[in-house]
Write a protein that binds this ligand. Structure first.
Ligand code: P6P
Length: 335
């Protein structure tokens, strides 16, 4: 029997809010349509000449893959006409994206990374789209970047789509986390993972070990203890994963627990971290917290941060609550 579709799910959720106008439901549906179109292009790969470099750089100074540009255009074109958005912010665009004058404006803002982990594209490892939905200022008028600079606690919705062996949409609107599998035969996301919860404990950590010499002492201490396991005072031995694709790491953590770390490092001290707050750390933190996990910079709850700019980077330590709390305690001890 076919399970509940994403559309049925969000309409059922909408009916729990008497004041809902249906605009949010339509926006989430439009985001899902964009992800389906992206899934198609990602899955086509070489067959559509989609692999390799685009010959350009983004604001991050990162060389863009062809699919970075293709998927960014798909996401923008799929949403700009809908009338649900007042504006957009993309990892791939230096400035905020205004809604073209020919289209109505709506009451939401969306921040997104159209293809996170794209360094994995050419080696056929899972990548994904990450998005965060905020309310636009009611005042209307010309939208500015400052209108996006809201703490993660102000998100009304966050989600990601992972293009892996299956295409999965993971979504939260503040009432838990639900996972939907794309049924390509009918072109719908079907609810297959209701109420996803992260185990409080884990024996699996994810970090790019090649940066070890650049980490701060609390992270050095935590990872060294994981590597030593029972021989180093921990009550268990640990396993390690590093996929270099945040969507894949977070999805794994949602399904079996774990801790993911991209901490502050001295490799490039001025950067303040690698991952971007508005369209990576905040949406993933909302999802992780809603699934019972925790998400911190090591010193502060990520969702409490007031963003300084739309491309701000932050350190990220997220996943199984007890392990994140341990890493945070090590930071507090080092003060
Ligand atoms: P590194 C992908 O570029 C990304 O933003 C995240 O998805 C991923 O976790 C991280 O960077 C990988 O970084 O330094 O290991 O390539």
């Amino acid at each position: 029997m076919k399970g509940e579709s994403l559309t049925q799910f969000i309409i059922r959720e909408q009916r729990k809010s008497p004041k809902a106008t249906g605009e949010f439901t339509l926006l989430v549906n439009d985001v899902a349509s964009a992800c389906k179109a992206i899934a198609h292009e990602v899955n086509r790969g070489s067959l559509a000449g989609n692999l390799g470099l685009a010959g350009s750089e983004n604001i991050q100074g990162e060389v863009q893959k062809k699919l970075d540009v293709i998927t960014n255009d798909i996401f923008i074109r799929s949403l700009e006409w809908t009338g649900h958005l007042a504006g957009m912010a993309s990892e791939e665009n230096d400035e905020i994206i205004q809604i073209p004058s020919g289209y109505p404006r709506g009451k939401y803002l969306i921040c997104f990374d159209p293809l996170d982990g794209s360094s994995n594209i050419d080696v056929n490892i899972s990548v994904g789209t990450i998005f965060s939905i905020l309310r636009a200022p009611e005042a209307g008028g010309n939208l500015t970047a400052e209108d996006f600079l809201q703490p993660g606690t102000q998100q009304v919705c966050a989600g990601f789509c992972v293009y892996g062996p299956t295409t999965m949409m993971v979504l939260t609107t503040g009432n838990g986390v639900n996972g939907f599998t794309l049924d390509r035969d009918v072109g719908e996301f079907i609810l297959t993972h209701p109420n996803m919860r992260i185990p409080e404990d884990t024996a699996e950590f994810a970090i790019n070990m090649s940066n070890q010499r650049f980490w701060e002492e609390p992270v050095q201490r935590y990872v060294a203890e994981c590597v030593k396991g029972k021989d180093g005072g921990r009550e268990k031995n640990f396993n390690m994963r590093w996929i270099a694709s945040m969507v894949a790491e977070v999805y794994r953590i949602l399904t079996r627990g774990g801790i993911f770390m991209y901490p502050l490092d001295t490799k490039d001290p001025g950067k303040g971290g690698k991952l971007r707050l508005m369209y990576e750390a905040n949406p993933m933190s909302f999802i992780i917290e809603q699934a019972g996990g925790a998400s911190s910079t090591g010193r502060e709850r990520i969702m409490s941060l007031t963003p300084q700019n739309i491309h701000q980077r932050v350190p990220v330590i997220l996943g199984s609550r007890k392990e994140v709390e341990r890493v945070v305690s090590y930071h507090l001890e080092s003060i």
